[in-house]
Ligand binder design. Structure first.
Ligand SMILES: [Zn+2]
Length: 304
């Protein structure tokens, strides 16, 4: 397992934070940019770290400062598509949709089996033109072959997620499942800087060892509520009617940007987007959908 760089706090930074913490209030701290991480290396510290860390008040301020810095960094990274928080409620869980009420008319478009030459770029073009964000469950070996498409997915604000290395359907023991899933997540991170916690099993198979391994590693296993069955290459209008007919607020739509000829998916997508918009839907990524679901559930539980 690789070390999580994002949450490592070297002592030099802590010393810098301790010095600043004494004079800064939280409201002042909030707008600070991540570049201030550099402050840890300045010479403006006139107290020993032992002395500073010994004071409970100072420690509290450091904690505040760390959280504030982290929140700002996460916000910026999220804006760049680099960081997606999935609420803890969904760690190790399997979801098919968010089942939201009609006041939250959102839908999550998901695209599997890419990156694929031609179709992934065409789908990204359509999403960009319509200012729609989606979620791409990528196959590791495809991402290895077409890293620029993976980068483009993230650069354009979409969510990238794990769909195994080989896209095989057979039974996997723990070691083989770890290879399929860990290797793909590692490549996603190396290629795009994104640490994904979202997994979709190939063929939606939940009992061949892959989903179980993913859940054991706190991934959220993401299924779907509306299946385009676009791999059957039916007409664009058939795909549109099928997807729209299965759609409810908080739904997850399954389509494919890879795995074969996806020209009908590409052809259907602009009309599908238009029809959703006419019905008052807005488009969200899977992390956004889960955040809404979490929020909605909290509101529902406080109403009781
Ligand atoms: Zn697939």
């Amino acid at each position: 397992m690789e070390k999580n760089k994002f949450f490592a706090w070297p002592q030099s930074i802590l010393i810098g934070l301790a010095a600043l913490g004494g004079t800064l209030s939280l409201s002042w701290i909030m707008p600070i940019k991540p570049s201030l991480f550099e402050l840890g290396s300045t010479n403006a510290v006139d107290a020993s770290p032992e002395k500073l860390l010994a004071k409970p008040q100072t420690q509290k301020q450091i904690e505040y400062f760390k959280l504030a810095m982290l929140a700002t960094w996460q916000k910026e990274a999220r804006g760049k598509g680099l960081y997606h928080t999935v609420p803890k409620t969904f760690f190790g869980k399997t979801i098919n949709s968010a089942k939201l009420s009609s006041e939250h008319k959102v839908i999550a478009l998901t695209f599997d089996d890419g990156p694929w030459p031609g179709y992934t770029a065409q789908i990204l073009d359509i999403l960009k033109k319509n200012q729609v964000k989606g979620t791409f469950f990528v196959v590791g070996q495809m991402l290895q072959t077409y890293p620029h498409l993976g980068k483009r997915i993230v650069d354009e604000g979409h969510t990238i997620a794990n769909h195994t290395w080989h896209h095989w359907y057979h039974y996997f023991n723990k070691q083989a499942a770890a290879f399929e899933i860990d290797r793909t997540s590692n490549l996603i991170y190396e290629t795009t800087g994104v640490k994904t916690t979202l997994f979709r099993p190939p063929g939606g198979k939940l009992h061949n060892g892959l989903a179980a391994y993913a859940r054991s590693k706190n991934y959220t296993v993401v299924m779907w509520s509306a299946d385009s069955i676009d791999y059957k290459r039916q007409s664009p209008s058939t795909l549109i009617d099928r997807v729209m007919g299965q759609s409810t607020p908080g739904g997850i739509v399954l389509m494919h940007d890879g795995g074969g000829n996806r020209s009908n998916t590409v052809a259907a997508l602009p009309t599908m987007i238009k029809k959703y918009q006419e019905q008052g839907y807005r488009f969200v990524t899977i992390p956004e959908l889960l955040e809404l679901k979490e929020k909605h559930q909290q509101v529902a539980s406080t109403k009781k």
